[in-house]
Design a protein around this ligand. Structure first.
Ligand code: G
Ligand code: G
Ligand code: MN
Ligand code: NA
Length: 254
């Protein structure tokens, strides 16, 4: 209840910040781009994790305004990277199902991309499987339109939800992000390792790129590389970091 009440004024009081976590393209051996991750620095509650407040923001519909702020900030950052000569980096943005259900969702996305004069290819939208449970037809149609114009669409936390394999082929997505629980368990559990390698081949057969999340060590990285995953994201490569640290990080790696 306290979180909900303080959340009401957090946006206008400028209490949110975006962190960015780099993703590494294994096949090209270069930085692919970054995922934007929201942070809430409340003067009274301290730093509140999105795991603690996104659900609450969804229940009160506050997520709509917060999500717009996140998307616009992500576009602003994408433009900044471009202006500084970093042309091929993509920015991935988490989108809540509540946002997708808004009637003006696609218009907002397209208007904002246009406002910052970005190419659609520089944006990846991340959705979770829960999106697909709600008002499926409407959401499918919106995502199909975005995908058709070149926006990348990732299915986040894959493997933890209710996806049936038959609908994977029908989904308007470009990318599968394998949930970090698979990556974590892979090293000590052969069944999980086999499952992970199977998910990667399946995804490739469906023409999807695969991102492994939560890669924390060399052993996990080597396995994903062996199974031909496209990208990794995780502490092994880089932690989420504030905007000002990203360019020095890219320069150091390149
Ligand atoms: O960054 P961290 O690992 O603490 O994020 C925790 C969870 O919050 C993740 O599942 C992530 O997808 C979600 N999350 C982070 N930033 C955003 C955001 O801007 N919007 C939404 N809807 N979820 C986010
Ligand atoms: O949106 P998504 O659920 O993918 O959000 C990614 C979450 O995973 C963020 O909260 C981020 O801070 C967290 N994360 C990123 N890399 C790692 C990692 O290597 N290990 C663990 N345990 N968490 C990570
Ligand atoms: Mn995500
Ligand atoms: Na995830």
């Amino acid at each position: 209840a306290e979180i909900e009440q303080k959340l009401r004024t957090a946006l206008e009081n400028n209490e949110f910040e975006l962190y960015f976590q780099p993703q590494f393209d294994i096949l090209k051996n270069e930085i692919w781009g970054v995922e934007a991750l929201i942070r809430w620095k409340s003067p009274t509650l301290g730093t509140v994790s999105p795991d603690k407040f996104i659900k609450i923001a969804e229940d009160s519909q506050k997520i709509v305004a917060i999500g717009k702020w996140v998307f616009e900030e992500s576009c602003r950052f994408a433009k900044k990277l471009y202006m500084m000569g970093y042309y091929k980096h993509t920015v991935a943005v988490n989108i809540s199902v509540i946002q997708l259900m808004q009637e003006d969702f696609n218009d907002f996305i397209l208007d904002t991309i246009k406002k910052y004069d970005l190419s659609c290819k520089t944006i990846e939208i991340e959705i979770t499987e829960s999106v697909l449970m709600k008002s499926i037809d409407d959401v499918y149609e919106k995502l199909s339109i975005l995908k058709d114009i070149g926006i990348r669409i990732a299915l986040d936390d894959f493997g933890t939800g209710y996806s049936s394999l038959s609908y994977l082929k029908a989904l308007p997505i470009t990318t599968l992000k394998i949930d970090k629980s698979f990556i974590r368990d892979m090293e000590n559990d052969l069944m999980t390792e086999n499952l992970t390698s199977s998910i990667i081949s399946l995804a490739h057969q469906l023409n999807l790129e695969v991102v492994a999340e939560g890669v924390e060590n060399l052993g996990q990285f080597e396995r994903i590389k062996k199974y031909k995953g496209n990208r990794i994201q995780g502490y092994y490569f880089a932690k989420p970091m504030p905007e000002e640290d990203i360019i020095p990080f890219i320069d150091k790696i390149s």
